[in-house]
Design a protein around this ligand. Structure first.
Ligand SMILES: Cc1ncc(COP(=O)(O)O)c(C=O)c1O
Length: 310
């Protein structure tokens, strides 16, 4: 059995099971909780600085002051990783997640009184077995009836833990296809994003992705745009509708954990020839070369090991 990992919890690195957030915490009571996650390649964090910068912007937007500068949080994050390295296998990679809440609420009517913010920095083993096969088949992107929260209500650039709408959307599409990925529409019917990933289409060799008006400014999305520029693949940020997914040659989701995941069906339509296409493969390869890990092969190996050990 995998050994228990260590987690930073309000000032100390403790066994993960020692984290005990109280029910009066504003994260529990009000969903006043924000987060960011980087991943490792060969147990080295990728774009940690970018993730921590976004985390600080998010915390500012939701009025949480972690009481330390970003450099200190980066240092603590690296200490958590170092404390856990002896518990991890060399070919394993992890998510490194920071979570902050407004802290415990004091009972008051008519005014809000928070305590010290709750801060957790933890590692999670990447669930390779749950997605390794999807790199080969591609996923089915399905639009649920639940819409993305409009930016007038909650700016999607804030990376928060209010995932009820996103979770309901995910439940909904999994009733249609157990392996579907929800691709939420905004209230105007434009394609937005998944609960944990941005979306791209490829048409006639050009990449297109929704703007950050209705999506998170994803670090992986930015990485795809950087790689596209290096590879000479034209890319646009623009409003897209279901029509663009239906008529695309290729499509994919991107996120920190699985990097680039082909989408080969959209609401039951086959996208392109129904197989992961050349642009997706080219971007996956370029990403793998950049980080020194063929993440598609790694996921397959880790999934096979997991099957063999059960
Ligand atoms: C709503 C949403 N969109 C997109 C992403 C992808 O962002 P990143 O590439 O920075 O992981 C995430 C990540 O969790 C997310 O929560």
């Amino acid at each position: 059995m995998a050994r228990e990992l260590f987690t930073y919890y309000n000032g100390k690195i403790v066994p993960d099971s020692a984290v005990n957030v109280h029910y009066s915490d504003s994260g529990m009571s009000f969903g006043h909780a924000v987060t960011d996650s980087a991943r490792t390649f060969h147990l080295r964090p990728f774009k940690l600085r970018e993730h921590i910068t976004r985390f600080y912007q998010t915390m500012r937007a939701v009025r949480i002051n972690p009481g330390m500068p970003p450099e200190t949080m980066e240092q603590i994050t690296l200490e958590v990783l170092a404390a856990n390295k002896p518990l991890l296998e060399a070919d394993e990679d992890v998510w490194i997640t920071q979570t902050a809440t407004g802290g415990r609420l004091k009972s008051a009517i008519g005014r809000w009184e928070f305590g010290t913010p709750t801060l957790i920095i933890n590692l999670s083993r990447l669930p390779f077995a749950s997605f390794a096969h999807l790199y080969q088949t591609g996923v089915h992107a399905v639009t649920p009836s639940t819409r993305h929260i409009p930016p007038q209500c909650l700016d999607p650039k804030i990376k928060h833990r209010n995932r009820l709408g996103m979770s309901l959307a995910e439940f909904e599409v999994k009733e249609v296809d157990p392996e579907a990925f929800a691709l939420l529409l905004d209230i105007y019917g434009n394609l937005a994003e998944n609960k944990g990933g941005n979306f791209f289409v490829v048409k006639d060799g050009v990449l297109s992705t929704p703007t950050t008006r209705n999506t998170l400014d994803g670090v992986s999305r930015a990485t795809v745009l950087e790689l596209a520029q290096q590879l000479g693949i034209p890319a646009r940020e623009e409003d897209l509708q279901p029509y663009h997914a239906i008529t695309a040659d290729e499509a994919f989701f991107c996120t920190t954990s699985f990097c680039i995941m082909p989408a080969t069906r959209f609401n039951g339509y086959v996208i392109g020839d129904g197989k992961p296409g050349p642009v997706v493969k080219c971007l996956q390869q370029a990403w793998g070369e950049m980080v020194g890990v063929d993440f598609v092969a790694q996921a397959a190996q880790r999934a096979a090991q997991a099957t063999a050990s059960t």
